[in-house]
Write a protein that binds this ligand. Structure first.
Ligand code: R5P
Length: 299
């Protein structure tokens, strides 16, 4: 089995058990901005694990991915398992307005082209409840929430805390965290009114929040609009502090400053997307699944 990787995931590739051969993919741009890809090693009849990031510049990285998969296939590899820690475009899982594309499905179809199996981490699943509804190939959904929660438990006091979910999409992640930490949870109802703005509802008056600590759990933080609204509501209801644990962090420094001004205490994410708040690495998760795939092959 051979692990091939693109530049953003080099650190991850190198952290994986020395048992596998790992090879980088040459990627550069032509003067006109188009991508050039080359795999220089012999991979004939090999099972390939392709570690690819679609975190930054999603459009460009999707094209890069399609070119890589074609190059791998042309070299007569045996199978390709793509590991894409963060899959973009999944939040447009409905034609919210006439004339819009069903982006989640289009991107899922493109990713499925030419590979045998997909592995990803906490994909945004809402109207498509399961990866099998989206992807035509076998796919595995790993969760970084247990890693985030274990990290939090080790480093912070969890007594007197409540787990908070911003919306129904966060429910399964929230329940996972609440189970691990044996804490109560509450899930708000969120309506998105624009790219950056949301409205939040939910009968939090039923809960006694005064003096308690909140741990918001979500799959993604992007503009910070969701966390900002919820943090304000919780602090205005007398909560002591609000921390956030997210799998994928796309937040800019500028929007982070706004969250701090509102009163957010800690933001902790994984490293699926390179960012200053990633205190938890997904390397053990990826390493484990690669080991399991290798075992499946009888090694
Ligand atoms: C959407 O439902 C997701 O789970 C996140 O809550 C959302 O993408 C966060 O985006 P933002 O930070 O821009 O509010």
């Amino acid at each position: 089995m051979i692990i091939v990787y693109t530049s953003l995931l080099e650190k991850l590739a190198r952290s994986i058990d020395g048992k596998f051969k790992i090879i980088p993919i040459t990627s550069r741009k032509f003067p006109d901005g188009e991508k050039y890809i080359r795999i220089s090693n012999d991979i004939k009849k090999e099972d390939i694990i392709l570690l690819h990031s679609m975190a930054l510049n999603p459009d460009e990285s999707i094209v890069e991915y399609l070119l890589i998969v074609d190059a791998l296939r042309s070299m007569e590899c045996n199978t390709i398992t793509a590991i894409i820690p963060y899959i973009p475009y999944l939040r447009q899982d409905k034609r919210f307005n006439i004339g819009e594309p069903l982006s989640a499905k289009i991107i899922a179809n493109l990713i499925s082209l030419g590979i045998d199996r997909l592995i990803t981490i906490d994909p945004h699943l809402h109207r498509f409840r399961d990866l099998s509804e989206l992807f035509k190939i076998p796919s595995i959904n790993l969760s970084a929430i247990p890693l985030l929660v274990e990290y939090y438990k080790k480093n912070f006091d969890i007594s007197n805390s409540i787990i908070i979910g911003p919306d129904i999409e966060s429910e399964r992640l929230v329940k996972t965290a609440a189970n691990i930490l044996s804490l109560p949870y509450f899930i708000f109802e969120k309506q998105r009114i624009s790219d950056k703005e949301v409205t939040i509802e939910g009968e939090i008056k039923e809960l006694s929040l005064k003096g308690k600590n909140a741990i918001i759990i979500d799959d993604i933080i992007s503009t910070g609009g969701t966390v900002s609204k919820i943090t304000s509501i919780l602090l205005n209801n007398g909560m002591n502090k609000v921390d956030v644990l997210v799998s994928h962090c796309l937040l800019s420094e500028e929007n982070y400053k706004k969250l701090k001004e509102i009163g957010l205490n800690e933001l902790i994410s994984t490293d699926t997307i390179p960012n200053p708040f990633s205190r938890v690495s997904i390397a053990p998760l990826i390493s484990k699944i690669i080991g399991e795939i290798d075992d499946e092959r009888g090694n």
